[in-house]
Design a binder for this molecule. Structure first.
Ligand code: HEC
Length: 217
């Protein structure tokens, strides 16, 4: 077998494949296999993002109709799950990433570089890193904008950001123009993104992004 070049390359190729499988597959799996993934209900135990409670206060009747029993850990978990489902179904990930990478000073633009530990829960399975950025990264979106801003923006993005190419999502609203269950869920979900950081709410703090904004005006 080793008499021919082809034989040597075949063995080398198989060897490289085996090594990659061990280092990138087997090794991480053996390191993390004891750690349980946090469920959405487990995340709800950690507390609500304030914007979820604000939705309930702003639209009490609608909120109670959509989430029977009002604000509770169960309704919060339901809103987060539905929000993620919509994010996947509407292909928001086609235009938005959810990973701040350690290159090109991305942390100055969006906030702290993403860590593996941030993705160890049910809402990140599978991860929605995304591969394109037609719009901004959303992994530090929590509290960056108010609920009102999102309400206006999802309804018709160009009304808020005139140059936007983001589509409008009329079906997140009831006929009177206020959010339905899907609308409240997607707003809760985007307000949750990054809320797990100590520095949160990032854009209101003194982090590098805030400094960058101040510098560039
Ligand atoms: C065709 C590409 C595209 C799609 C699809 C898209 N967006 Fe966007 N999005 C953008 C662009 C571009 C911007 C920046 C301009 C603006 O704010 O509208 C943006 C901005 C945003 C912002 C504001 C970020 C900030 O704080 O400035 C949020 C939140 C957002 N998108 C969420 C979503 C969600 C959720 C979905 C799916 C329901 C979605 N987008 C689908 C392109 C897209």
């Amino acid at each position: 077998m080793f008499e021919s070049k082809a034989g040597v390359f075949l063995i080398a190729g198989l060897g490289c494949f085996g090594l990659a499988f061990v280092i990138m597959g087997l090794l991480p799996w053996t390191i993390y296999m004891d750690q349980e993934e946090v469920t959405v209900e487990g995340l709800a135990e950690l507390g609500y993002v304030p914007e979820f409670v604000e939705l309930a206060e702003r639209f009490p009747e609608r909120f109670n109709a959509c989430f029977p029993g009002g604000v509770s850990k169960a309704s919060y978990a339901a809103a987060l799950k539905r929000g993620r489902e919509i994010y996947v179904a509407e292909a928001c990930w086609h235009c938005h990433s959810q990973q701040v990478r350690p290159v090109s000073s991305e942390d100055r633009r969006w906030g702290p570089v993403s860590k593996a530990s941030e993705y160890m829960n049910e809402l990140q399975r599978p991860v929605l890193f995304g591969t394109r950025r037609v719009g901004p990264d959303l992994s530090r979106e929590a509290a960056r904008r108010s609920n009102d801003w999102h309400l206006a923006h999802f309804y018709e993005p160009v009304n808020v950001v005139p140059t936007s190419v983001m589509p409008s999502y009329g079906w997140f609203y009831d006929e009177d123009g206020y959010p339905n269950r899907d609308g409240m869920s997607i707003i809760t979900y985007v307000q949750w993104l990054g809320s797990w950081l100590d520095e949160y709410p990032y854009y209101h703090g003194e982090g590098p992004a805030a400094v960058a904004t101040a510098e560039t005006g």
